[in-house]
Each structure stands twice: as structure tokens, then as C-alpha cells.
Design a protein around this ligand. Structure first.
Ligand SMILES: C[S@@+](CC[C@H](N)C(=O)[O-])C[C@H]1O[C@@H](n2cnc3c(N)ncnc32)[C@H](O)[C@@H]1O
Length: 281
């Protein structure tokens, strides 16, 4: 556990040195980057099949438990929430559940017993209530993703260690695989606002927009299967940025000029940029 500059507590992974929710702290970032932008409360209020949320990088479970609490707190039952949390190392969750840390990581808030739910997830790999099913998928996310059926997910919280630390998880090929498992209307939420992350999502088949400001980040990113689900789609000024960037694409786009030019042309041809001119874009 480390103390952030704002005095809040968060978890730092020793192996890579990265802090989970390093800017505004775990509770604020879970809410502002993931749960609020994914409009969980209103989507759960709609009639229909269970809403499936892929929680990629369970970590200390702050994102997942914040979503779980929204589902559990609903006065009127609507759709059921199914959270599938992906993780290959449960140490952060173990640490979060310790009595000294649970408060800071949102596991002891008033209301339904989040600590008991997360403890059950750790012990049994699942926790179920009438409103929410929460399952753990233990192992490498890349293998788990390949095994998921097509069009099974409505919401994705993409919260892995950063592209700098784990570039293999932020590739065009990963985002293509992610697009395959997303249903029409799905949205993907991530803290990264880097040009290469955004071009990766576009080349993977998503529409991409600017996500909320949080902590020390001016922007985050929302990707969607439909451009109309984005509050602030990327426009022409962002396209100008890709052309000037020193790291415009994920590292599975070869560095040769011809490959870069082809990737840039494919990004420019994405439907969300068609019909934009200097005035609108
Ligand atoms: C930034 S932390 C996630 C924080 C978390 N969402 C939360 O709310 O506390 C990233 C997590 O992704 C996990 N992770 C990294 N690579 C992974 C992989 N290939 N498969 C599964 N989990 C992975 C790490 O172990 C780490 O716990």
C-alpha cells in the first residue's frame, strides 16, 4: 500500500512499480473513469438480458465492487448484472481485503456487504445475489479472451498495467479480439488516453471518443461499437495528432514507413471521421 500525493491510499505492484488508480485514488477513479461513464445504473434499468461486464484486470477489485454496488443498490430490479473479472495474480485482492486496507479500497462502505462478496470471489471464484452474478476468470486474460464466445459483452473495464509496462496487452490484435466479443451497443472504458491506445481501438474496429478527466489526467478514453454511443468522438484535430505523434500506433503495427502509412490511412478511413470538415471536426 502506498500513499498518493492527495493523501489517499492505493496499491503499488512491486514487480512493475505501477500504482493502481494513481491519480485521484481508487474510489474516485473507479467511479469517474469506469462506472459513471458506462451508465451502469440506467443500462441496468432497461428491460432485457443480463448486462455482461468484462472487468479486465481485477486487481484490488475497486472497479468491480463499485459496479457491484450500483447493481445491488437498485430499488427496482431491472436487468441482472454479470461481472466477469479477469486476473492472473490475486495478491492485490488479498491485500485489499485486509482490515487495514479495506476502507481505502471501498470494501467496507455502508450497504450490501462488498467485503463478503469479494471474499467469496477470492475463496470460491464466484458470488451470486438475485441482482448480480460475479465470477472470477483466473489466468492469462489473452487465453481467456480467445475462449469467449462472439458478442457476449456489453461493457468492458480495460484496466491493465500501462502500454509502457505491458505493450503486448494494448495491441491492435488484442483490440480486434476484444471487438469480436463485444455486442452491438457495447462500450469500453480505460484510463489510457495515449494516441497509440486510441489508434489501436480504431484499428481494432471500435469508434473512439474522449473520456472524463480524472486526477492528474486531462482525458481518458471510451471506445464503442457504435459512434452514437460516444459523448465526445475523436475528430479531425486528433487525426492531426496521430500524424505528428512519435508513437502513433501499438507495437504490432510495424515501424516501416509503408506499414505506418497504411495504418494511418486505415485510421483516417474510420467511419467516425467521414463527413467531418475543419468546422465540425
Ligand atoms: C491496474 S491493475 C487493475 C486495478 C483494478 N481494476 C482495480 O480496480 O483495483 C491491473 C491488473 O491486471 C492484472 N493483469 C495484468 N496482466 C494480466 C494478464 N495478462 N491476464 C490477467 N490479468 C492481468 C494485474 O495482475 C493487475 O492486478
Amino acid at each position: 500500500m502506498v500513499t498518493l500525493p492527495n493523501g489517499l491510499r492505493a496499491i503499488r505492484e512491486l514487480a512493475c512499480g505501477e500504482v493502481m488508480h494513481p491519480g485521484a485514488g481508487p474510489l474516485v477513479e473507479a467511479e469517474s473513469v469506469y462506472v459513471t461513464p458506462s451508465r451502469l445504473a440506467s443500462r441496468l434499468g432497461e428491460p432485457g438480458e443480463p448486462l455482461v461486464l468484462l472487468d479486465v484486470g481485477l486487481g484490488a477489485a475497486t472497479n468491480a465492487i463499485t459496479a457491484w454496488q450500483v447493481s445491488e443498490a437498485r430499488a427496482v430490479p431491472g436487468r441482472r448484472l454479470e461481472i466477469v473479472s479477469f486476473e492472473h495474480d490475486l495478491d492485490a485482492l488479498r491485500l485489499a481485503l485486509e482490515p487495514d486496507n479495506a476502507d481505502a479500497l471501498g470494501l467496507t462502505r455502508t450497504g450490501p456487504d462488498a467485503h463478503a462478496a469479494a471474499s467469496a470471489l477470492l475463496a470460491d471464484g464466484r458470488h451470486e445475489t438475485p441482482r448480480t452474478l460475479w465470477r472470477l476468470c483466473l489466468g492469462d486474460f489473452r487465453e481467456a479472451l480467445a475462449a469467449l464466445p462472439d458478442a457476449c459483452a456489453d461493457v468492458v473495464y480495460w484496466d491493465l498495467f500501462s502500454p509502457r509496462t505491458a505493450p503486448a496487452l494494448w495491441t491492435v490484435s488484442m483490440f480486434k479480439s476484444l471487438r469480436r466479443v463485444c455486442r452491438e451497443g457495447a462500450t469500453v472504458h480505460t484510463y489510457s488516453a495515449s494516441t497509440s491506445t486510441r489508434s489501436g481501438f480504431l484499428l481494432g474496429g471500435f469508434a473512439v471518443g474522449v473520456g472524463a478527466r480524472t486526477g492528474d489526467r486531462d482525458e481518458t478514453t471510451v471506445a464503442a461499437t457504435r459512434p452514437e454511443d460516444l459523448a465526445q468522438p475523436l475528430g479531425l484535430s486528433w487525426l492531426g495528432r496521430v500524424a505528428r505523434s512519435s508513437v502513433p500506433f501499438p507495437n504490432d503495427v510495424p515501424a516501416e514507413p509503408a506499414a505506418r502509412a497504411d495504418a494511418l490511412a486505415r485510421v483516417r478511413a474510420c467511419p467516425q471521421f467521414s463527413g467531418l470538415d475543419e468546422a465540425t471536426g
